[in-house]
Design a protein around this ligand. Structure first.
Ligand SMILES: Cc1cc2nc3c(=O)[nH]c(=O)nc-3n(C[C@H](O)[C@H](O)[C@H](O)COP(=O)(O)O)c2cc1C
Length: 158
């Protein structure tokens, strides 16, 4: 007997996470980005992280092809950025402050941390693909995290 989707969502929504924005460049050098909370650390040696990407997301096809990915871990004040990279249809990058990693991927200003990654493996599972990335470079700042919990944003109380 399989679990119904509402119960699945209700249970998994109780697992609090951080929020990231994944960015890639397409073959023409255009920036693409999306909000991702299904992200976690995978291995220390080698340093690996993973992200789970919906096969229906615009960026999914690019993540199957492109080698370099930028990952911005969002700080408490960056809820608008998270919404923008989940919802906005037009240029998501316009007017935003960011730097670029060694391979050109966008890394947003004001974040908790930046990771510059190389995609190492892709595993299709269900309606998502698990993207495994090797972290080549990381940078951290003293900020508080943006959290996602039960379908809404939250912050640490202390
Ligand atoms: C807080 C938050 C977390 C999200 N986490 C994921 C995720 O882990 N994986 C995913 O595929 N989509 C996730 N999404 C949805 C995508 O950000 C969204 O569907 C995508 O950006 C749609 O844009 P597109 O036009 O690029 O397909 C999340 C959205 C929000 C608001």
């Amino acid at each position: 007997m399989s679990i119904d989707p509402d119960t699945f969502r209700a249970a998994l929504g109780r697992f609090a996470s951080g929020v990231t924005i994944l960015t890639v460049l397409d073959a023409e050098g255009r920036d693409h980005g999306m909000t991702v909370s299904a992200f976690c650390s995978l291995s220390l040696d080698p340093p690996l992280v993973l992200a789970c990407i919906d096969r229906s997301a615009d960026m999914h096809a690019l993540l199957l092809k492109r080698e370099h990915v930028g990952i911005t871990l969002l700080a408490a004040g960056q809820e608008a950025l998270s919404r923008r990279f989940a919802e906005l249809e037009s240029d998501r990058f316009e007017g935003l402050g960011f730097s670029r990693g060694e391979h050109g991927v966008v890394l947003f200003d004001g974040a908790l941390a930046h990771l510059e990654c190389r995609v190492r493996a892709r595993h299709p599972e269900g309606d998502h693909t698990i993207i495994v990335c090797e972290v080549e470079c990381a940078e951290v700042r003293q900020e508080r995290p943006l959290l996602y919990y039960r379908g809404g944003y939250a912050q640490l109380e202390r």
